[in-house]
Design a protein around this ligand. Structure first.
Ligand SMILES: NC(=O)c1ccc[n+]([C@@H]2O[C@H](COP(=O)([O-])OP(=O)(O)OC[C@H]3O[C@@H](n4cnc5c(N)ncnc54)[C@H](OP(=O)(O)O)[C@@H]3O)[C@@H](O)[C@H]2O)c1
Length: 315
């Protein structure tokens, strides 16, 4: 199988490239600088020929959301996702032999901030109009919806389309979300954030690869699919499990104002840690997909072990 990864140089792209190459597939990256086939993620060009040759397209392109939500950054976050999705649709419509499936990154943040019930694809509430939350918390949901609209509008009758509503992908790789969280735990800072009730939706990297393979194979599945482990959990509990897995005794809590100050210094947003993302993989579970790492406790142990052995750290 030949896979084309648009935005393939990032965290998820690199781990998918490693996994699929290891299985004997051919992986080609589409990126804005060297290391693969060049594109600008907005206009048609010679890169379109790559679509003729691939079986599967996975689009991961988008400016990182880990930044201050200034007007400029918001526009970049939105534009990079909508434009890249739109132009891939245009390219697929033009080529003679398009890929049979297009897996498009979307986000678990598309759902509303809530504690009361999990969001699955059928009954989940999309965000953007919740009351009692800062306006900046609506932004992620609005981006997710615009992203998926761009995918829906793409006229690709010969290519099956899937929107992947991704939770936080946990891998032991350098610079990934897991390493950031573990870094806090190792410094004694992995405690409760705010009231700690906000849910975290996460997914072990091995299950990401397995789920994508499953979605590629199951031709009857199309549309939006939640890609997160079946057991999201409140932040305080999530960090407790990570401390236990690592063997950390202390995890200092951080109040909202401390987080605001920290986010300002680190040029990021508290929305990323305080908004409740309670997402469950309804469609995957209904279809019989079995997660290798369904619970955070087990996944956290495995990730800590892999992180230690990759860096030669003592157990
Ligand atoms: N990682 C997660 O846990 C997670 C969770 C939910 C959703 N997602 C979504 O899944 C996608 C992939 O995640 P990731 O963690 O791999 O992201 P990432 O590490 O930030 O990589 C995304 C890639 O997008 C490209 N890119 C960056 N800025 C761009 C811009 N202004 N215009 C066009 N392309 C740009 C870059 O590739 P080039 O520089 O090579 O062009 C980059 O390697 C993202 O869209 C992200 O929002 C990720």
């Amino acid at each position: 199988m030949r896979l084309l990864l648009a935005g393939g140089s990032g965290q998820i792209g690199q781990l998918l490239a490693r996994a699929f190459t290891h299985e004997g597939h051919t992986v080609v990256a589409l990126g804005r600088s060297s290391g693969g086939v060049l594109w600008d993620a907005a206009t048609l060009g010679p890169w379109c020929r790559e679509l003729e040759r691939c079986d599967v397209l996975i689009n991961l392109a988008g400016r990182s959301v880990n930044c201050r939500y200034t007007a400029h950054n918001r526009s970049e976050i939105l534009r990079s996702r909508v434009d890249s999705t739109r132009v891939l649709g245009e390219a697929i419509a033009q080529v003679a032999h398009p890929p049979r499936v297009w897996l498009q990154a979307s986000t678990a943040t598309i759902y509303a901030h809530r504690y009361d019930a999990p969001n699955d694809e059928r009954s989940g509430l999309l965000g953007g109009s919740e009351t009692g939350v800062p306006a900046s918390w609506h932004f992620g949901s609005e981006v997710g919806q615009a992203w998926e609209r761009a995918l829906d509008r793409a006229p690709t009758p010969r290519t099956r389309k899937l929107a992947l509503r991704l939770g936080m992908v946990m891998s032991p790789d350098r610079g990934g979300i897991f390493e950031v969280l573990l870094g806090l735990v190792r410094r004694g800072l992995g405690g409760r954030w705010g009231d700690g009730r906000q849910y975290l939706s996460w997914l072990h990297h091995a299950d990401l690869v397995r789920a994508l393979r499953w979605l590629i194979e199951h031709e009857e599945v199309r549309g939006a699919v939640n890609l997160s482990a079946p057991e999201p959990l409140p932040q305080a509990q999530f960090m407790r499990e990570l401390r236990l897995a690592w063997g950390a005794r202390v995890g200092l809590p951080a109040t909202k104002w401390m987080l605001e100050l920290g986010a300002l210094c680190m040029r990021t947003e508290t929305e990323l840690v305080l908004k409740s993302r309670r997402v469950v993989p309804g469609r995957l579970l209904e279809a019989g997909f079995v997660f290798e790492q369904p619970s955070w406790s087990g996944a956290a142990h495995e990730l800590c072990e892999s992180w230690r052995s990759a860096r030669g750290a003592p157990a």
